[in-house]
Design a protein. Structure first.
Length: 434
């Protein structure tokens, strides 16, 4: 048990009265009487607190949380005693979360329950641990209080920001992809996989006409094609130190995971399988999967991935992928290419190019564009702009060398990656390159 501020203030006043009694003997009896009252009152508070039963605490959490989003947490306190309780509660929330609404004071009626709500905003992905709550109970006279740790320890998973991805997915379901920036330029009757026969329509090319069907039905019949299904998309994710950069609330790697989830959703709807492999600090492997549970498989594989301080070893990653993935696939390598990567990357991925179609998605730092758009007010500004132009030129040369080695390249800022990656995937599907 600990004294409250009220008891400390009363003791301070009693000390002042002691100083007065030292010079005024007549006040000594009053000082002793006040001290006796304080002792009796404190004993009453202590006895009540010792005999009073602590409430039961039950926490209600979301089954999963989304990175960077606010989530409600509620605590219900049940009290079986015959007297009402007033308690102060501070829950054991994870320290990596932003917090709103704690501590709170709750009054619990006799034999009833009280409830409080607060909000947390996760700032990192992975598993978060909620520790038991700290409950402070004050005696009826307000002189003493006791602390108890109540409730259970609970764990909740924090996934990538699937709310934003879900919004884009819902637009795709409603065929409103133009609002996402995704361009579905499907041309009627053209594709790489035979779909069905149908009556000839004005505008169909002569090569679409099925002359055997024409001879049987005595009317013009056209073949209709669609993008080939049952293909495979495999993400090769760089978890090394060059992916650790943070822009605003999200790291570059968080934007990468958002892109992985969106393209996974689109590819699964196209009838393709999706797999994941990581390298440089983390080694996870999910063979391409499809079907109703495929989205959850991908999500559970990547939700707690974190970047490391390891260098990006493209040769080692290509060797492991070549041993694991035999069937031809669209390999999407997500990294941040530097000017010294062009030769090493081409030689490292050369064995994979013989079997797979490789798309390198390179993240471009937004600060580069910001520097170029700022006014030049002095010599230091001019040096910074000149260095930025030099870096961008070297980066462009490296990208041209990568393209010259037979690799497809996508160079975008992290926030643009999800939609840009889906657009490039759809272009590859339409062209029948995979």
């Amino acid at each position: 048990m600990k004294p409250t501020r009220a008891l400390l203030a009363l003791l301070a006043a009693w000390a002042v009265l002691a100083a007065v009694a030292a010079f005024v003997p007549a006040a000594l009896a009053a000082w002793a009487g006040v001290g006796l009252v304080f002792v009796l009152a404190a004993c009453v508070d202590a006895l009540v607190l010792w005999r009073r039963a602590m409430p039961e605490v039950e926490r209600t959490l979301a089954p999963a949380m989304s990175l960077g989003e606010w989530h409600d947490v509620s605590l219900r306190l049940r009290h079986a005693g015959g007297l009402p309780l007033t308690v102060e509660v501070f829950d054991g929330y994870p320290v990596i979360c932003e917090l709103e609404g704690l501590p709170q004071r709750v009054r619990i009626p006799a034999g009833g329950w009280g409830e409080l709500r607060y909000r947390v905003r996760p700032r990192e992905r992975g598993e978060l641990v909620f520790a038991p709550a700290d409950v402070l109970l004050t005696g009826p006279l307000g002189l003493l209080r006791t602390r108890a740790v109540l409730g259970a320890r609970e764990t909740v998973r924090v996934f990538p920001n699937f709310r934003q991805v879900a919004k884009l997915a819902m637009l795709a379901v409603d065929n409103r992809t133009a609002r996402m920036g995704i361009h579905m330029r499907r041309r009627r009757g053209e594709g790489t996989e035979f779909f069905q026969l149908r009556e000839y329509r004005e505008g169909d090319s002569l090569r679409q006409i099925d002359w055997k069907a024409v001879s049987r039905r005595h009317q013009l019949i056209s073949r209709e094609y669609r993008e080939e299904q049952n293909q495979q998309v495999l993400f090769l994710l760089d978890c090394g130190r060059r992916m650790h950069t943070r822009d605003g609330d999200l790291t570059h790697f968080d934007h990468v995971l958002n892109a992985v989830l969106l393209l996974t959703y689109v590819a699964l709807r196209q009838g393709d399988g999706v797999g994941v492999m990581t390298f440089s600090g983390s080694d996870r492997w999910l063979p391409p999967v499809r079907g109703g549970a495929a989205m959850n498989s991908v999500l559970n594989t990547v939700f707690d991935l974190q970047t490391t301080t390891a260098p990006s070893d493209f040769a080692e990653a290509a060797a492991r992928l070549g041993a694991r993935q035999r069937r031809r696939a669209l390999v999407v390598l997500v990294t941040n290419l530097r000017d010294d990567d062009s030769e090493d990357l081409g030689s490292a991925l050369a064995p994979l190019r013989k079997r797979h179609l490789i798309l390198v998605a390179s993240l471009r730092e937004p600060v580069l564009g910001q520097v170029l758009n700022e006014p030049i007010l002095g010599f230091d500004d001019a040096l910074r702009v000149g260095a930025t132009h030099h870096y961008l030129m070297q980066r462009m040369k490296a990208h041209e060398m990568v393209r010259g080695q037979g690799l497809r390249l996508l160079d975008v800022e992290p926030a643009q990656l999800p939609v840009s990656l889906v657009n490039r995937y759809l272009e590859i599907k339409r062209a029948g390159s995979l």
